[in-house]
Design a protein around this ligand. Structure first.
Ligand code: SF4
Length: 280
């Protein structure tokens, strides 16, 4: 069989789920990076908990499947331990903007050298439809039967204010455009953030809304302030790359060129320590 980066795991996403578009775009992006010489063994993924997290089971890349809302802290730890790896993490919108919000803000503030892909479906799908921090006001679900009375968070404005050096938004229904954004995010030397609009056909079907409303922006803004104004504007929903700048990533500012894993001890010693840990 052709190697298309898919594992043998049975896929249990609902038919029509926007997660399929994200999954296919991620695989296409990795293939493009491999075509440019990136080795798969240098990729490392993390995931949070939720429907999005199943991508960890389906994508044939090494990684660590951690706690709900904590995947960005895990990813930062991995990057610090071995800066040679390209570390990226998947989160849901509940995962990133609810349980893991502080991890996201501080990862952006310190320009941690990780890429974050948020599967933003505006609902807790795995637990059957509760509202999240980005659900629209009036959203009805098991925890808001009369409609949510909260205004939704604007995560892109927040992450820009926090200092992220690469901020983009894609749509799972525009996979070629999303693939391009992911290639750029995974090539960025610093904190790269891609929020992906993702319909949940079972609890928040937004296909019609997004198909009619998304609009690709021509290119990144000229200033951070301009980017913030762009993601706050009303009317059509902008997607694309909003902001990009070059800035020393956290691991370089902290350790220079030191790689704690590679420089710390010989490979044979590392393997023997891991074996000892596994033997308990
Ligand atoms: Fe996708 Fe929603 Fe089904 Fe989860 S519940 S797999 S997000 S359609």
């Amino acid at each position: 069989m052709a190697d298309d980066l898919t594992t043998y795991c049975e896929n249990t996403w609902c038919p029509g789920c926007g997660n399929f578009g994200i999954f296919n775009s991620v695989k296409a992006a990795i293939k493009q990076l491999e075509g440019k010489g990136v080795r798969r063994s240098d990729l490392f993924m993390c995931a949070g908990i939720g429907c999005h997290g199943k991508i960890f089971d389906y994508l044939a890349v090494s990684g660590f499947y951690g706690l709900h809302g904590r995947s960005m802290s895990t990813a930062q730890g991995v990057k610090l331990a071995n800066p040679s790896l390209r570390v990226f993490t998947f989160c849901g919108d509940g995962d990133a903007y609810g349980e893991g919000l502080e991890h996201m803000l501080f990862a952006a503030k310190r320009n941690s050298g990780i890429a974050v892909v948020v599967h933003n479906n505006g609902v807790y799908g795995l637990t059957v439809g509760q509202f999240t921090p980005v659900s629209k006001r009036g959203f009805k679900g098991p925890s808001s039967p009369r409609g949510s009375v909260e205004e939704p968070l604007n995560p892109l404005a927040l992450i820009l204010e926090a200092g992220a050096t690469f901020v983009a938004r894609g749509y799972s229904g525009k996979p070629a455009h999303l693939t391009d954004l992911l290639v750029q995010a995974l090539s960025h030397d610093g904190f790269a953030y891609v929020d992906v609009l993702q319909p949940c056909v079972s609890f928040n079907d937004t296909y019609k809304l997004y198909n009619e409303s998304v609009e690709i922006v021509p290119g990144p803004a000229k200033s951070r302030e301009e980017a913030i104004a762009l993601v706050k504007r009303g009317g059509k929903i902008p997607i694309g790359l909003f902001w990009e700048e070059r800035k020393e990533p956290f691991h370089k500012a902290l350790m220079g060129d030191r790689n704690p894993v590679m420089n710390g001890q010989p490979r044979s010693e590392r393997i023997s320590k891991v074996k000892k840990l596994l033997e308990g």
